[in-house]
Write a protein that binds this ligand. Structure first.
Ligand code: AMP
Ligand code: MG
Length: 409
């Protein structure tokens, strides 16, 4: 560690990750909800329990094309000795035909989804039957209930089908529709302002001159936030000047639920974020025992959370996932984070400094996690890696062969 960093760390008051997360969650704005149509519900987080307004199915129904039968009439039926049943009619779809009633040795043609007629308790697939005029040969026995869905077997009327906190899937939208839920109450998407800071930054459309770099953070943060169920709002690049910071924060706060600034979060003279937050509100935390990502700020201005993320894209990303995400989870009312993870076996030792939570980029191959060591400022390891593993603060490293959980990108 260079002397410069040592001096800087004297000024940052570093807190543990768990404390930082607690502080972030505590300032999460109250969850807001809205109603969306069921076809718009996938990807949203359910905010109220959903019950079915009807039994599903609402009637005993066949799950095959074939013949509705009394199962006892098919006992012992086989290819060589088929049961001979009398066809007494054809069941139509979408209606209950009360005229068709099965008595002993009767059967009736039934399509998939047709209402099982009175007297029947099973259905035989058409593949195991043969028509001989009004006589139907049944070549396979069925047991009571076979090939039939009973009324309310799927969901009962007034039964809770989904609990709040669930991120709805396209399949869920289908079930919601079946339950009669046309409008779904979901968490409002948090609006998250994104501000990139630094005299050296140019937008993606510009060719960087000497000493300049393109703003990678804003698109990265926006893309992740959008995928996570938020609405990112981009405020462009601001120079390391106090008034510029003050103006952009003043503009962003009324329009956003949360504001993220990247860059300028350390204690250097050019680092404006902490001073500007302190001037308009409170800096709650400045410095987290996380690597990468130590110079992180959690603040509050006008009752809204404002984060100062470190400028290196990899660091900004780690802090986004480890510190900002739990706050978003709270705002969304998520029952569990939406991170995709995979278990793997570590293929090499990873040293780590005790006392800080360390996130290491890894590639995942055939069940092994292979650490990608490299300078923290490199972008290429973001591309070559599949995700991150977290080494808890109490560890001096992880040994080869350890079982780890990889947070996939
Ligand atoms: P800072 O946190 O402002 O000291 O920046 C740390 C490093 O991250 C510097 O090399 C910056 O040029 C770089 N950096 C800051 N913001 C961005 C950004 N939006 N995109 C890419 N690199 C950045
Ligand atoms: Mg900077």
């Amino acid at each position: 560690m260079s002397a410069g960093l040592l001096i800087m760390s004297r000024f940052l008051h570093v807190v543990e990750v768990a404390d930082a997360v607690r502080a972030a969650v505590k300032i999460a704005p109250v969850r807001a909800t809205e109603k969306v149509t069921v076809d718009q519900s996938a990807g949203r987080v359910l905010a109220a329990p959903v019950t079915s307004d009807t039994d599903i199915p609402g009637f005993d129904r066949s799950v095959v094309d074939g013949y509705a039968v009394r199962s006892s009439d098919t006992n012992g039926a086989g290819n060589a000795s088929p049961a001979m049943l009398q066809s007494v009619g054809r069941i139509a779809m979408g209606t209950r035909d009360s005229k068709i009633i099965l008595r002993a040795s009767d059967c009736a043609y039934i399509p998939t989804g047709g209402v099982l007629p009175e007297g029947a308790d099973a259905a035989v697939m058409v593949e195991y039957t043969e028509e001989a005029g009004d006589t139907i040969l049944i070549k396979k026995p069925v047991s009571p209930g076979e090939n039939v869905l009973l009324r309310d077997e799927d969901f009962k009327k007034d039964e809770i089908v989904f609990l709040p906190g669930r991120r709805l899937t396209p399949q869920d939208a289908g079930v919601l529709a079946a339950c009669g839920c046309a409008m779904v109450t979901v968490a409002k998407k948090p609006v998250v302002g994104i501000i990139s800071t630094g005299n050296e930054l140019v937008p993606v459309t510009a060719r960087p001159g000497p000493g300049q770099v393109r703003d990678a953070n804003a698109p990265m943060l926006a893309a992740w936030l959008r995928e996570y169920g938020c609405i990112p709002r981009l405020y462009g690049i601001v120079k390391d000047e106090r008034e510029a910071f003050e103006d952009v924060i003043a503009r962003a706060l009324p329009e956003c639920d949360v504001v993220l600034l990247s860059g300028g979060s350390s204690k250097d003279d050019r680092d404006m974020t902490a001073g500007v937050i302190a001037g308009r509100g409170d800096v709650l935390i400045h410095g987290i025992a996380i690597a990468p990502g130590k110079p992180t700020i959690i603040g509050m201005v006008d009752k809204k959370p404002v984060f100062g993320l470190p400028g290196h894209p990899a660091s900004a990303f780690v802090v986004l996932i480890a510190i900002v995400r739990p706050l978003l989870d709270t705002m969304l009312g998520l029952e569990k984070p939406l991170l995709r993870t995979v278990k793997a076996t570590l293929r090499e030792n990873i040293p780590s400094q005790r006392g800080r939570e360390e996130y290491v980029r890894v590639r995942v191959e055939h069940g092994f996690a292979i650490p990608l060591f490299g300078k923290s400022g490199l972008l290429n390891t973001l591309v070559k890696s599949d995700g991150l593993i977290c080494i808890p603060a109490g560890y001096e490293g992880l040994e080869k062969g350890s079982k780890v959980e990889v947070i996939l990108w």
